[in-house]
Ligand binder design. Sequence first.
Ligand SMILES: [Zn+2]
Length: 128
Amino acid sequence: MASALKNEDLVSYRRILQTLRSRLRGDLDRMTDEALGRPAAGASGSVSSVPLHMADLGTENYDQEFTLGLIENEQGTLGMINEALDRMEHGTFGQCAECGEAISRPRLQAIPYARHCIRCARKLEGGE
Ligand SMILES: [Zn+2]
């Protein structure tokens, strides 16, 4: 573990992750309101009631569909942020979940919730 993260690094990554998380949560709340808040007839107010068939959606619904896509994305990111904070608790933050190698510093700075080192990320994405 020659390249283990220093405590002060962990502290700053934790701060970044927590900031990201609260910002995402704020975004999600706002977008969920936007997506579901419009007075659509018969809407029950739950995400699962939103029609999923693209063909049934007119352009009017495009914005809503788009927002729901963003919500899905951000929920995924939020999950990864929570996992990263969990890993911090367990002392495995900054380690690749695939090969166990340290994730490079520039990568962590770009994506502090990254699960994999760049090599494994490329491999897993099938980019080769
Ligand atoms: Zn790896």
